[in-house]
Design a protein around this ligand. Structure first.
Ligand code: ADP
Length: 209
């Protein structure tokens, strides 16, 4: 396939991040929004799970950590992400899901992007009450059987979110790039809210604003 310019379509893709607690629906919305914007959705959790099921060296390294709901070491994660962002399809934009997840990773991402003369354009914060996200996780555990969706591991992941991930939002808030989106509603309603917020930043062309 030639990767010739497909002209008018995407003038300059957006560089986006979606953040939200476990069970907020960020994975689902991330994929939808990436499609609307025309950029790849890059989920560190998905990449790690693929490595584990593919039995790769990376998979071997992260398996036990993920099953315990702990964070994979920053150096490992940041390298996986910078390699992924260096692929051609992410040259004009991307949507990151699950990275950065702590302040050290924010610095790693800043360093990587500024080396390319880039920066994040918007951070979507999906806001969901704790009770609702726990209900959704319990349902997902039942439906998908993810090995890190057991009660103890869920509690550990939520605690890490509060302690390590929530603070990254303050950094991005200071930069004025955070949009807080109400994550309760139908999938389509939530997607529309995000699309409207990105549209207001001029990052998406909305048909009817
Ligand atoms: P969730 O948001 O429900 O925890 P993810 O698919 O985003 O699900 O992540 C699953 C697991 O993958 C995490 O619990 C963690 O072990 C690992 N992981 C994902 N992203 C990162 C990251 N940025 N840094 C460290 N570990 C990560």
């Amino acid at each position: 396939m030639s990767q010739a310019q497909d002209g008018a379509q995407a003038q300059d893709g957006a560089r986006l991040l979606i953040v939200g607690p476990q069970g907020s629906g960020k994975g689902t919305q991330g994929v939808r929004i990436a499609e609307v914007v025309g950029v790849p959705a890059i989920s560190t959790g998905d990449m790690f799970r693929a490595a584990i099921s593919g039995g790769t060296e990376l998979g071997e390294k992260v398996k036990a950590i993920i099953e315990a709901g702990d964070l994979v070491p920053d150096a490992v994660t940041s390298e996986v992400v910078s390699e992924r962002l260096s692929q051609d399809d992410a040259a004009e934009g991307f949507l990151l899901d699950g990275y950065p997840r702590n302040l050290a990773q924010v610095s790693d991402l800043d360093a990587f992007l500024s080396g390319r003369g880039e920066q994040l354009d918007a951070v979507i914060e999906l806001s969901v009450p704790r009770g609702e996200s726990i209900d959704r996780l319990t349902r997902r555990a039942f439906e998908q059987g993810r090995t890190d969706d057991t009660e103890d591991v869920i509690a550990n992941r939520l605690a890490i979110y509060e302690r390590e991930t929530a603070p990254i939002l303050d950094v991005y808030r200071e930069r004025g790039i955070v949009d807080v989106i109400d994550g309760v509603g139908s999938l389509d309603e939530i997607t529309e809210r995000i699309v409207a917020a990105l549209g207001a930043r001029g990052l998406i062309r909305t048909a009817a604003a």
